[in-house]
Design a binder for this molecule. Structure first.
Ligand SMILES: Cc1cc2nc3c(=O)[nH]c(=O)nc-3n(C[C@H](O)[C@H](O)[C@H](O)COP(=O)(O)OP(=O)(O)OC[C@H]3O[C@@H](n4cnc5c(N)ncnc54)[C@H](O)[C@@H]3O)c2cc1C
Length: 436
């Protein structure tokens, strides 16, 4: 490892590795430090890696639309090969059922029109032509198996949906972080694995570097917290939570994999589906499975995890089976396995489910955290934003009083980065769920 680092990045998940890549491209000498043995082996590896362009805020949508273009041309974005191969973006489109819960998607469609993002309104017939045997009875509110009336329609039908053609998923999220590591290294970035940060060093009122669990100290004038579900712990180490109006917490999530029924997703070529009537999202997994996640309805208990490093949270619970059973309301005959298969992992949730991309009250210490289960897709632009923020603040600008403005060329949109401030008021436009 060479001396004289300009920036230390804590975390080599997809957002941390993209931040390293974007900073290294700007000529910063970066060191990425991760407690795990490889890039992308934190919550990135558990991600469903769904790329979608619709969010409940204009800024959130502009960010996702900008980043979508990087997934679309992943080899071009990286500019390097990876001996393990490149992650593949599969553009299947995403179908979002119109429900009362999402305002019948009116706000999303209006935002997309404003940004020039393609979307189509589908009626019942179009939905069923693409998803034969998808039952469109309403089941809202979502329930648990033991609740009275579970599995019984509650009256009325889901009568339409919005199709977003520029959506899909990435085949291997951990590999995509490794791809970003290789791209950062090609620009001179360095990575140190099996290295846990246990102290944030300070000198003369600003950050001075990090101390690792083995006692080594590494100096740098800039340190960025991209520690995923451990972000709060790292912010506490840095002593920067005092002026944060928005905080982050780790939230346990289960994603279940079930065999895809014949004549449904698999044979129709597959789609990403978001269905707030049953409070689930799903996408194809491999050639013949469906992956099903929760959209966080009130009946799904929120299990907050104080210490992400204590692996007790990794066991499956009844939740994954419940998600499969709720999907069986939509797709009668869906196989619900007795032994759960899938993923248990952690979201790093902010108070309003919108991320924090910001500086802190400690000069030189920055944070890209609170990704709230919905920022995998935005990694490239989040990295660009963090590199621009470091430039801006280290040049003496006060981002708190005069926030950085970042041009998003594909969206022809100027993003006020203050939108992601740690000091913002809770954003009432948020869905307050994984949908962002
Ligand atoms: C089940 C699940 C499904 C999801 N689905 C989607 C989806 O479909 N679409 C989407 O856009 N987003 C999704 N997300 C969210 C997305 O995966 C995350 O926002 C993203 O992966 C976070 O990347 P990251 O780099 O910030 O964090 P992580 O990948 O968690 O990386 C953080 C890294 O920091 C390291 N670290 C932590 N503390 C320390 C320390 N003290 N010292 C050194 N290293 C440390 C960890 O080892 C880890 O490798 C999902 C998340 C989950 C959990």
């Amino acid at each position: 490892m060479s001396d004289n680092k300009d920036v230390i990045i804590i975390g080599a998940g997809v957002i941390g590795a993209a931040t390293a890549f974007e900073l290294a491209k700007q000529g910063y000498r970066t060191l990425s430090v991760d407690a795990n043995a490889e890039a992308g082996h934190g919550s990135t590896s558990g991600s469903c890696a769904i790329i979608r362009v619709h969010y409940s805020t204009l800024d959130g949508t502009a960010l996702a639309w900008e980043a979508y273009h990087d997934w679309r041309d992943w080899p071009g974005y990286l500019g390097v090969a990876d001996e393990r191969g490149l992650a593949e973006y599969r553009e299947l489109g995403c179908l979002v059922m119109k429900t009362e819960q999402n305002g019948y998607m009116k706000k999303h469609v209006a935002i997309c029109a404003q940004l020039g993002i393609p979307c189509e309104e589908w009626d019942e017939e179009q939905i069923l032509s693409r998803l034969p045997n998808y039952r469109l009875d309403r089941f809202h509110p979502a329930r648990r198996q033991q609740d009275e009336g579970f599995g019984e329609p509650t009256g009325g039908r889901v009568e339409g949906a919005v199709f977003f053609p520029t959506a899909g998923y990435v085949s291997d999220p951990a590999l995509s972080a490794h791809n970003l590591q290789r791209a950062a290294e090609a620009q001179g970035g360095e990575f140190l694995f099996n290295a846990r940060v246990v102290q944030i060093l300070r000198r003369d009122g600003r950050v001075a570097g990090v101390e690792l669990a083995d006692g080594r100290q590494i100096a740098a004038p800039v340190v960025i917290n991209v520690a995923g579900p451990a972000s709060r712990k790292v912010n506490e180490l840095a002593g920067v939570t005092g002026d944060m109006n928005i905080n982050t917490r780790a939230l346990r999530q289960e994603v279940v994999h079930v065999p895809a029924p014949r004549g449904h997703f698999a044979e129709a070529g597959g789609l990403v589906v978001s269905d707030s009537d049953v409070a689930l999202y799903c996408r194809p997994e491999g050639d013949d499975h469906l992956l099903i996640g929760s959209e966080d309805p009130p009946c799904d208990e929120h299990v907050w995890v104080d210490d992400p490093d204590d692996d007790a949270w990794r066991e499956f619970s009844e939740q994954s089976r419940l998600q499969a059973m709720r999907m069986a309301q939509r797709v009668p005959g869906l196989g619900v396995p007795n032994r759960p298969r899938g993923v248990v992992d952690l979201y790093d949730v902010s108070d309003d489910w919108i991320p924090i991309y910001d500086k802190s009250c400690l000069p030189g210490f920055y944070m890209a955290c609170g990704s709230s289960g919905n920022q995998y897709k935005n990694a490239s632009v989040a990295g660009r934003m963090m590199a621009a923020l470091v430039d801006y603040c280290e040049a003496g600008n006060d981002h708190d009083s005069a926030p950085l403005q970042l041009d998003l060329p594909r969206s022809d949109y100027r993003l006020d980065v203050g939108f992601f401030s740690r000091r913002r008021q809770i954003n009432a436009d948020s869905s307050f769920s994984v949908l962002g």
